[in-house]
Design a protein around this ligand. Sequence first.
Ligand SMILES: O=C(O)Cc1cc(O)ccc1O
Ligand SMILES: [Fe+2]
Length: 464
Amino acid sequence: MQKPAGEPEYLSGFGNHFSSEAVKGALPRDQNSPLGCPCGLYAEQISGTSFTTPRKLNQRSWLYRIKPSVTHKPFHPRVPRHERLVSEFNESTSSATPTQLRWKPVDIPESPTDFIDGLYTICGAGSSFIRHGYAIHMYAANKSMSGCAFCNADGDFLVVPQKGRLSITTECGKLVVSPGEIVILPQGFRFSIDLPDGPSRGYVAEIFGEHFQLPDLGPIGANGLAAARDFLVPTAWFEEASHPGYTIVQKFGGGLFTAKQDFSPFNVVAWHGNYVPFKYDLSKFCPFNTVLIDHGDPSINTVLTAPSDKPGVALLDFVIFPPRWLVAEHTFRPPYYHRNCMSEFMGLIYGIYEAKADGFLPGGASLHSCMTPHGPDTKTYEATIAVGENSEPVRLKGTMAFMFESYLIPRVCPWALDCPYLDANYYQCWIGLRSHFSSNNRSENGSPDVPGTTQVLSEDKGDA
Ligand SMILES: O=C(O)Cc1cc(O)ccc1O
Ligand SMILES: [Fe+2]
């Protein structure tokens, strides 16, 4: 159990089978569904995987609640319609473009806007109906949700706040999530988001038909990257008072539906299981990197991965670029120029991203789709070359960028392509890259005098 200052109580661990009770004795001890539950509660199971999913992947929880979720009036399409949420990506909802795209941070709306109304889809692939694919959304909001809870039947949300804390009430209890932390809100859980700091902005990856896992560590060994014990899960919390006209807002196939009930859905007195919302503080990440030469692939910084059916190929990886030491010798240290069969959506939580001297701002975003060339901008390239061979170890400080990377190629929503925040001049950041080619200069760094390089190489050979 942990209780950071000003926060609710949490349980810790990743993939554990947790138990929590807000009233002692409320959790049935010997079975899941007794004829009469302790304290007169109703037993209700929430399944995050099919009943027959293999045990090591199976996720479900048992909630013991004052009234069951089913006690509500019928669902109706929400009026007015939310025009900018998409969960099926095809010609009618979105378009394909290989162009490098970059967005400036959006302004926080002036009119009252809660998390639901402030959420809008940028891009995605596949479909929530066939349980395969993902959507990338962003949100900009200024007001707490009131008298309503959100429930996403389509997929799991991975929320990356960039500005403003999220105080989230879930059926399992409360989570306070600050910029620099992330939260997973699994498919089907009801939650309500308060904004204790007012203006709030951030990013959301939604995955269909999968759940996030910790990546395998391979030769890294048993420790490193995100540690299981740093994932925090809420403890049971409930409200009992009647709530006439309480609204459940259900996202179902990208559309929003509402249903009325006369009580709060946060009426779970006790629960147990392994299907739970959780948060993670990115500053706890233990990065690994090259200690001699070259720039490692970004997969080394994977926090969570949602696998596809193909080994090593992600439906969606969540990768971060945290503060760390850059020490590589005779190496171009920023990210290399590249084209990738995977598609890369990036965001910046704070600071400056190592591949972009300017234009990629906190709260902004970029999309480099399948095989679209990208890499450091001209300023970053020139500055790196100017420092040259004798670069000392450098500590990247005060920065947190991230990437959602997928093997499915995203289609982009029309409002994301038409909006004033799209940086029409993005391509200009590379146009200044000049040719340094000279057939007379064959030294590896393109410079005739390379202090130290030859000596270090021959010392290495001598040791072997
Ligand atoms: O494109 C990017 O900025 C993301 C990225 C970072 C990196 O260090 C290596 C490869 C890569 O795609
Ligand atoms: Fe990249």
